[in-house]
Write a protein that binds this ligand. Structure first.
Ligand code: GAR
Length: 199
């Protein structure tokens, strides 16, 4: 049986594109819908250009009512029958209620080597700390922010003189290798972590 994957984005959606492209041929999963909380997200058009349904649920319409936003999000996803959700640059914090409904079936990619640097500005923080190595993590989503069982990590060097943008670009390249590799395993029921070495 094919596993159906919904992808949640907020921005350009480069991780979404690599995930969607990876799900072809002999692969346990297929993308079923792309949803963004930001109607202007560039990733929505990129999804449509790949022939995927792409839906915006603007969180601003719901003000501080996270439950109402998440109800609308669930309603948008529901018709597509997703088995797994991949957060791919989705920049809203989800409540315990929503996370609970998807527990064990929702993945996130975070641009740091968790447990280091949960939250925002991960690259600036790694540089400020003098770290020699940075990277990204794919993990199962649990109610605590950027927490949950680690399903894979990819590492890159921090080079002398790196700006946060330099480092972000280097990490993003590894994200594009890591997330598809983790999803392929996860969709096949294999939760052993994927460890990508520096290339
Ligand atoms: C990626 O670097 C992802 O790791 C990060 O946002 C970027 C999205 O890029 N996610 C987070 O910071 C989540 N807290 P993309 O839209 O090109 O995939």
């Amino acid at each position: 049986m094919t596993v159906r994957v919904g992808i949640l984005i907020s921005g350009g959606g480069s991780n979404m594109v690599t995930l969607a492209r990876s799900m072809t041929g002999v692969h346990p999963a297929r993308p079923c819908v792309v949803v963004s909380n930001n109607p202007d997200a560039g990733g929505l058009d990129r999804a449509r250009n790949m022939g995927l349904p792409a839906v915006a649920v603007d969180h601003r319409s719901y003000g501080k009512d996270r439950a109402a936003f998440e109800a609308a999000l669930s309603e948008a996803i529901e018709p597509y029958g997703a088995d797994i959700l991949c957060l791919a640059g989705f920049m809203r914090v989800l409540t315990g209620d929503f996370v609970g409904k998807w527990q064990g079936r929702m993945l996130n990619i975070h641009p740091s080597l968790l447990p280091k640097y949960r939250g925002l500005d991960t690259h600036a923080r790694a540089i400020a700390a003098g770290d020699r190595e940075a990277g990204c993590t794919v993990h199962e989503v649990t109610p605590a922010l950027d927490d949950g069982p680690i399903l894979g990590q990819g590492r890159v060097p921090v080079l002398p003189g790196d700006t946060p943008d330099d480092l972000a670009a280097r990490v993003l390249k590894v994200e594009h290798r890591l997330y598809p590799a983790v999803l392929r395993r996860f969709a096949a029921g294999d939760r052993r972590p994927v460890i990508l070495r520096q290339t």
